[in-house]
Design a protein around this ligand. Sequence first.
Ligand SMILES: *Cc1c(COP(=O)(O)O)cnc(C)c1O
Length: 208
Amino acid sequence: MDYIEIKKILPKGVNLLAVSKGFKSSDIEYIQSLGQIDFGESKVQEALLKPVFKRSNNLCWHFIGRIQTNKIRKIVENFDYIHSVDSFKKLLKISQVSNELQKMPKVFIQIKLAHDPEKAGLSYSELISNWYQIKQLKGIHIIGLMTINPKGLNAEQNFELFNKCRLIADKLELPHCSMGMSNDWEEAIKAGATWIRLGSIIFGKRNS
Ligand SMILES: *Cc1c(COP(=O)(O)O)cnc(C)c1O
């Protein structure tokens, strides 16, 4: 399947984020020419070096990578959405910086639903025990939860974890779930994803 075919079959309410990390401005502009507006990058420095990022001709940029605390200011300055907030401390810092810069990024809290040493995120209990404080934070608009499944799961296992994410988001009255990548996006949609994050299936194989 390619970009156009995927767009055709996306259910209403499911947004497609084109993950352009590792791809050049001209690749991004080609996908933009097909009607895409939302693009995701996982490294601040890499994004800032892309000419298309600076031109930002009506594109909407999403940060999806591991957040280093010393990059939070740059992230808040340059991105409209942040999908990958993986600790309460970073959330607090993002809120402070956003307030100071008079920005209001849309934020997803990354939640970790299965044991996976490679993946970050708040556990369910961390999320719940901090939820009251999280809701008080100014300068950010928390719109949902984000999750990345461990590698090597089958379709049913992927669905189960995505479904868990959806149930927690519903319980907290959060409208959005950012979940599903090139290898598991169909299960994510079945489970109620509202943002799927697709890279290689759209852009082809990454070099980096
Ligand atoms: C790279 C990346 C994606 C896209 O991955 P593909 O497998 O290329 O679709 C999605 N989400 C995050 C957080 C990523 O880092």
